[in-house]
Write a protein that binds this ligand. Structure first.
Ligand code: CAA
Length: 379
């Protein structure tokens, strides 16, 4: 067993850290305060090859492995949770389904510009009545001649107001339950496709999230992804990969909270000495450092298995579950270490705390991860 990163992985991590320190971290407070989506940063990420990082070069990607992608998400998330979530969703949900399930023609038409960062993609799965119960999809798609006619709505969709294309799931055979759902490619300029005003959220305010309204949206027959009625399994596979990235993002946010806390604890003097000298503060910092290390290792193990083409559903869910929960805990303790200052906007830890909460909800709640793990261990 070798825990060392390869030269290429180190190079990618350093490249993304430099970019994130220079271009992302300085904007983190601004995008949180204003809710502005930093579209221009995403175009720069595209130029650097970040939006197609784990996609093969043949389709416009950088041909890197999943561990490198996890490192990139962690570094972006360490600089800014909002950029981190939009980055993870853009690649894992917006680009990957084309790579996994698209026909050669769909790959040439959509995957290449997505991986090259020319356009952003979004993934429309969740609905007002189909959240954790993803099989409860109500949006429908009916074949009329050579066109699919899609009607329904989607909620909580990351990046969709800025996306050029969106994958939408819809019921194609109501009698078959989860085996009657299919996935469709919908260019966002298709008549009948519209998005709501972006949500006002607790955290991750600079990451765009909106509803989708699908009103008699017509797409050509060939916009079906893969095989009809295979949509549920397709998005479960997509979410397996996405969970690695949310694990990595959780590690990044926790790392930022830890670094800010360590710095503050060394600088802050109370009772005549730096508070980092007090055992109660040391215990908090030691717990944070330990949990972050373990979470990062779990994320990399799941990524490693994915890269080997081996099953990773259980490990991906475990990594996401553990990383998101230690992230929330680390951000909570970061505020505690900062005391009253931690509760104020002038320090970044209150933002980390707000951003962290979504890690336990998005791409499958902690409760869903426990269901997945319980089934995987044979409960
Ligand atoms: N890979 C491949 N196939 C899988 C699979 C996986 N990981 N998980 C399940 N399947 C297959 C099963 O084998 C089964 O097929 P068979 O009947 O042929 O064996 C089929 O899919 C149905 O599986 P289940 O019976 O397990 O399905 P379920 O209805 O009980 O649901 C669940 C299980 C785990 C709760 C699932 O619904 C789930 O993951 N829910 C959470 C959804 C989620 O994460 N949503 C967030 C999306 S993010 C978003 O939308 C917003 C955004 O923009 C970011």
């Amino acid at each position: 067993m070798n825990f060392d990163l390869t030269q290429e992985q180190v190079m990618i991590k350093n490249m993304v850290r430099d970019f994130a320190d220079a271009e992302i971290a300085p904007r983190a407070e601004h995008v949180d305060r204003t809710g502005e989506f930093p579209f221009d940063t995403f175009m720069k990420m595209g130029e650097l090859g970040m939006l197609g990082l784990p996609i093969s070069e043949e389709y416009g990607g950088a041909g890197a492995d999943t561990i490198s992608y996890a490192l990139a998400v962690e570094e972006v998330g360490r600089a800014c949770g909002s950029h981190g979530l939009s980055y993870a969703a853009a690649v894992s949900l917006g680009v990957s389904p084309f790579y996994y399930f698209g026909t050669e023609e769909q790959k040439q038409k959509w995957l290449v510009p997505l991986a090259e960062g020319k356009i952003l993609g979004a993934f429309g799965l969740t609905e007002p009545n189909a959240g954790s119960d993803a099989s409860g999809t109500q949006t429908t798609a009916v074949l009329e001649g050579d066109e699919w006619v899609i009607n329904g709505s989607k909620c909580f969709i990351t990046n969709v107001s800025y996306a050029g294309v969106c994958i939408v799931t819809a019921v194609t055979d109501r009698s078959k339950g989860s085996k009657g759902i299919s996935a469709f490619i919908v260019p966002t300029d298709t008549p009948g496709f519209s998005t709501s005003t972006p949500y006002d959220k607790l955290g991750l305010k600079g990451s765009n999230t909106a509803e989708i309204i699908l009103d008699n949206v017509r797409v050509p027959r060939e916009n079906l992804i893969g095989t009809e009625n295979e949509g549920f399994k397709q998005f479960m596979v997509t979410l397996d990969g996405g969970r690695i990235s949310i694990g990595a993002l959780s590690v990044g946010i926790a790392q930022a909270a830890y670094e800010a806390s360590l710095k503050y604890a060394k600088e802050r003097v109370q009772f005549g000495q730096s508070i980092s000298k007090f055992q109660m503060i040391q215990q908090k910092l030691a717990d944070m450092a330990t949990n972050i290390e373990l979470a990062r290792t779990a994320v990399h193990k799941a990524a490693f298995l994915k890269d080997q083409g081996r099953p990773f559903t259980k490990e991906g869910a475990m990594a996401k579950l553990f990383a998101s929960e230690i992230c929330m805990r680390a951000c909570d303790q970061a505020i505690q270490i900062h005391g009253g200052y931690g509760y104020m906007k002038e320090y970044p830890v209150e933002r980390y705390f707000r951003d962290a909460k979504l890690m336990e909800i998005g791409e499958g709640t902690s409760e869903v991860q426990r269901i997945v793990i319980a089934r995987q261990i044979g409960c």
